[in-house]
Design a protein around this ligand. Structure first.
Ligand code: ATP
Ligand code: PH2
Length: 168
């Protein structure tokens, strides 16, 4: 069984509902045995400013899927969530990035691990630290110094949003 971390984000449509749907589908997958999600956060866009604020969260999954199988599943969920790839850092309905898969290191351009920009982004590090404060990013190190280095990136915590409340 592997433990993987997935970043979720979006700033078009209803991003929280889109992230909830993706997490529900991940948790219902037969080869995914546990899903834990951070709270969701409202975050300033990084990389391309002229777009709405993002909603972001991170999920931890326990899975028997291989890393490339998990990434394929994430691409399917992005597609079902209406994702179009317009340009780098463009607004999007649902974006799923594979941050880490155990301590696997990969330089395959289709699946670079750990995610090459994860340590530079408050919208990744803050929710990730909520789930796994002592995590070590292979080749990069602990979260804490990188968190301190991106304190100028605006990020505000909102409510827990997964698992969904049980309907009465
Ligand atoms: N760890 C990874 N997780 C997700 N995609 C990855 C990863 N490593 C490489 N990729 C590749 O990155 C390509 C572009 O991904 P995507 O469109 O999600 O980028 P982006 O969200 O605009 O930017 P960023 O990668 O900086 O978040 C995809 O073709 C995918 O195969
Ligand atoms: N705040 C925020 N900024 C971004 C995000 C994101 O998810 N949140 N995703 C990007 C490309 O993946 C680029 N910039």
């Amino acid at each position: 069984m592997a433990r993987a971390y997935i970043a979720l984000g979006g700033n078009l449509g209803d991003p929280v509902a889109q992230m909830q749907t993706a997490l529900t589908k991940l948790s219902e997958h037969p080869a995914i045995h546990q899903v834990r999600a951070s709270r969701y956060y409202v975050t300033a866009p990084v990389g391309y400013d002229n777009q709405p604020d993002f909603y972001n969260a991170v999920a931890e999954v326990e899975t028997t899927l291989a890393a490339n199988e998990l990434l394929d599943l994430m691409f399917e969920l992005e597609f079902e969530g209406g994702r179009e790839r317009l340009f780098a850092n463009a607004p999007r309905t649902l974006d799923l990035d594979l941050l880490m898969y155990d301590q696997l290191v990969s330089s395959d351009p289709r699946m670079i691990l750990p995610h090459p920009r994860m340590h530079l982004r408050a919208f990744v590090l803050v929710p990730l630290a909520e789930l796994a404060p002592t995590l070590e990013m292979p080749g990069i190190g602990a979260l804490t110094p990188w968190l301190a280095a991106c304190q100028d990136q605006r990020i505000e915590a909102r409510q827990p949003f997964f698992p969904l409340p049980i309907a009465s």
